[in-house]
Design a protein. Structure first.
Length: 345
């Protein structure tokens, strides 16, 4: 399908409304005029939407509710976008897919975006789903853990290999590299080992483990001093520079989706269950409660969902550089923009 520019699509959409009004006002016109009007209306209505694909951070889940809400309610289509949303997962690299041109937008943690840029992949962040990442370290509730230093007391800590937060914790707290265990997503060992701690999403694992009778406590990574934005929405600089009107359209629709979710979260639950029948209203209600402060709190409480600041990005850049996670010291303006959020309708 050949893509039309956003502006042309907007003008054609407007033409439909104008032609419809004209037809009502001139119902006594000639057959020739009527035929001409019908042809123009048909041409306008057949205007093609801009084909776009986005890759989420995980399998269908309420943590990506803004995107699913926007698709469910037709917000993308209203902005001239024919959107395809594909789920992420442990074997899916949204950065690779977007950088290769197979999709226009992806989601990743803010530090992962920095790693990619450091490797020469020209990405740019345009929206942050989470002001405060839901990542954390969980432990058995009966363990005497109140701070990150307490995790240094002979606990086995399961984390994703190469995770930036892990290097930060080892560097800043009484935690030793020898405590690291490879996180696979299987919580069986954690469940049977009181001296195990594991990475988790506060919106997910604590709920599912509670269903199994395992009570947990947790420490959020963001409270350690290492606080990357969560599920940052990014595209390539090339796509942004060549299609600024479509980036604006995407941000408009996505922001509208998150705002609508905030007002009426339960409305999207059935839609997500269609994508993943294993999801339940109870789990999504739990996640929604946990997400309130993470998505809509912080700077978003004042500046709106999705917002990002130079200070936050600068702090993260400094941290990953000092931890030798990136080789090149970059400027915040090289990695993110709020231009489209500021102009969001």
């Amino acid at each position: 399908m050949e893509n039309l520019s956003f502006l042309k699509w907007k003008s054609l959409r407007s033409a439909v409304a104008v032609l419809s009004i004209s037809a009502l006002a001139a119902c006594s016109g000639t057959a020739s005029d009527s035929s001409s009007g019908e042809e123009e209306t048909a041409e306008a209505e057949s205007a093609e939407l801009f084909e776009m694909k986005q890759i989420t951070s995980w399998f269908p889940q309420v943590e990506n509710a803004g995107q699913y809400y926007a698709q469910m309610e037709g917000f993308y289509e209203d902005e001239g976008i024919e959107m395809t949303t594909e789920p992420g997962g442990p074997q899916v690299s949204s950065i690779s897919i977007v950088s290769s041109g197979q999709a226009q937008f992806g989601m990743a943690q803010a530090d992962q975006v920095l790693y990619a840029i450091d490797e020469g992949i020209p990405l740019v962040a345009v929206f942050a789903n989470f002001q405060k990442t839901p990542q954390g370290i969980m432990f058995h509730k009966d363990q005497p853990i109140e701070t990150f230093d307490d995790l240094g007391k002979d606990y086995e800590i399961y984390s994703a290999p190469g995770a930036g937060y892990w290097k930060y914790l080892v560097n800043e707290y009484d935690i030793d590299e020898s405590q690291a265990r490879s996180y696979t997503g299987d919580n069986t060992i954690f469940m049977s080992n009181k001296k195990a701690a594991s990475q988790m999403y506060v919106t997910s694992e604590p709920y599912y483990l509670a269903q199994e009778g395992i009570e947990t406590g947790h420490l959020l990574i963001a409270d350690s001093g290492y606080s990357p934005y969560g599920d940052v929405l990014f595209t390539t600089k090339e796509f942004m520079e060549e299609n600024p009107e479509m980036v604006q359209a995407y941000v408009n629709a996505t922001k509208k989706g998150w705002d609508a979710y905030h007002e009426e979260p339960a409305k999207v639950y059935d839609y997500i269950k269609e994508l993943d029948p294993e999801k339940t209203d109870e789990q999504m209600e739990y996640a929604t409660g946990e997400m309130e402060e993470l998505v809509f709190g912080g700077d978003a409480a004042e500046s709106g969902v999705g917002t990002m600041t130079e200070e936050r990005w600068q702090t993260l850049i400094d941290q990953v550089y000092e931890l030798d996670l990136i080789e090149n010291k970059m400027e915040p303006s090289d990695v993110y923009t709020t231009e489209f959020l500021e102009n969001a309708e």
